[in-house]
Design a protein around this ligand. Structure first.
Ligand SMILES: [Zn+2]
Length: 114
């Protein structure tokens, strides 16, 4: 028995192939089967008319600051992204007496910064 079963989705799996119709089964927080999946689940969702995009890797994000206050890292994960790469653009937050959001949004450097 799966935990979740998404049925009748148009699946875009990120492997470069064309979208296809199928099901996605999830067990213990991991995709256990994808495609022509049979079986039961504690929770079933009919995704008829919707896309499911599991397993995408977002190789260029700007979550360096956001990851410090947002444990869901929206919107990537609601779009099927399961892995993100951060640090692409050289933003590295560090503790200052000036609040990080102020430094980030105003581009100021703290006077104690080297
Ligand atoms: Zn960038």
């Amino acid at each position: 028995m799966y935990d979740h079963l998404i049925r009748n989705a148009t699946i875009v799996d990120g492997l470069g192939g064309k979208p296809y119709r199928g099901n996605i089964a999830i067990k213990d927080g991991v995709i256990a089967a994808i495609g022509d999946v049979s079986g039961n689940a504690r929770e079933t969702l009919n995704a008829e008319g919707a896309y499911a995009t599991p397993g995408w890797v977002d190789v260029h994000t700007h979550y360096d600051g956001q990851v410090t206050w947002d444990d869901t890292i929206e919107p990537s994960f609601c779009h099927g992204v399961t892995t993100i790469v951060m640090g692409n653009c050289g933003i590295v937050p560090r503790i200052h007496r000036v609040p990080f959001d102020q430094a980030l949004h105003h581009g100021r450097r703290h006077p104690d910064s080297p």
